[in-house]
Design a binder for this molecule. Structure first.
Ligand SMILES: [Zn+2]
Length: 332
């Protein structure tokens, strides 16, 4: 009986996902020329709902929360049915509204996992943690408005909304206070709270938050110059991801050491590691959307900064790394 109930609940969630996806925009090709090569959220989630429906034992759809404007936040848990879970990993994307490439990568990873779940592994993928910001950026693109968008519905930067390392290191506090802004308080936004609640419920050993751009596997700490205790583990996994990417691989670095003055306070990567003990990376996908064969309309072509035309080769390079992260493989 319990089994039947959980199957029915699962089907209801997948239906809810499908009808939400259908309620979103699906522009005609060419209607949003700046977005060429990228799918809109509606078709992305409609496709995922269909795939989830076809593989009920493999993928479990969960609504982990809702945004300020009431949009659901979706997580997909994938595992091989009937096989004991030995280890879990998490990949999430779309924290920053304009970084559509991250959503493409997370979605392709998810589709691959649904077709080929990893034996003994539970992998959770959140393709779009910030649907409010993303959907606003879709409206911008359809209107051909070149808007720089990073935040969520109320325009808070979720990448600065987490609990760990919110305070400024004393040495910098008086020198450059404005450079080190955070959100108003720890976990002030529904998106961050939904992620934190998921982290408390599940037991992930590795995680990646996908961003653009830069071409780096950024390990904690982002808010402190000193190395994290588990630096060696991070470096080893980072090097394995580099090896899997081969030529033009991204580079592994500690995020705070991006620059001498740089600190990201209250970032998700420090929270994942510091609060939940997860070996974690903030991955800056691609080395920007700059393409000499397709010059920008202006230097402030915001969507193209983050999202290269013809994203497939960037998606492939990212997947090579993420396969290592989700499989716990030790690559020589
Ligand atoms: Zn970002």
């Amino acid at each position: 009986m319990l089994m039947l109930w959980s199957i029915l609940a699962l089907a209801a969630t997948t239906d809810e996902l499908a009808s939400w996806a259908r309620s979103l925009d699906r522009p005609e090709p060419g209607e949003a020329p700046r977005a060429a090569g990228y799918r809109f959220a509606g078709p992305v989630f409609e496709d995922l709902a269909r795939r989830a429906e076809e593989r009920p034992g493999v993928v479990e759809v969960e609504r982990i929360g809702a945004t300020t404007s009431g949009h659901p936040i979706w997580a997909f848990h994938v595992q091989e049915p009937g096989v004991e879970v030995e280890d879990s990993a998490l990949v999430f994307a779309g924290i920053h509204a304009l970084e559509w490439i991250s959503v493409e990568v997370a979605t392709e990873l998810l589709v691959e996992l649904i077709d080929h779940p990893v034996r003994g592994q539970r992998v959770t993928v959140i393709p779009m943690l910030n649907p409010d910001g993303r959907l606003k950026s879709e409206v911008d693109l359809l209107a051909d408005d070149n808007v720089y968008r990073r935040g969520n519905g109320p325009n808070v930067d979720l990448n600065r909304d987490f609990a760990v390392h919110r305070a400024v290191e004393p040495v910098w506090a008086d020198i450059l206070p404005a450079r080190y802004a955070t959100s108003p308080s720890s976990l002030s936004q529904p998106e961050s709270r939904a992620l934190d609640a998921l982290l408390s419920r599940e037991s992930y050993t590795r995680a990646a938050s996908l961003h653009a751009f830069g071409g780096y596997f950024y390990a904690p700490w982002s808010g402190r110059w000193r190395r994290p205790e588990a630096w060696a583990e991070h470096l080893e996994l980072g090097r394995s991801m580099e090896a899997a990417q081969g030529e033009h691989a991204y580079r592994t670095r500690q995020l705070a050491r991006w620059g001498f003055f740089f600190r990201a306070r209250g970032s998700e990567v420090d929270h994942l590691y510091g609060e939940h003990g997860i070996t974690s990376f903030l991955i800056e996908l691609t080395r920007s959307g700059w393409d000499p064969r397709r010059p920008f309309r202006s230097t402030r072509e915001y969507f193209r900064w983050y999202n290269p035309v013809r994203p497939q080769r960037h998606v492939d390079r990212a997947l090579a790394a993420l396969r290592v992260l989700v499989r716990r493989a030790s690559i020589p």
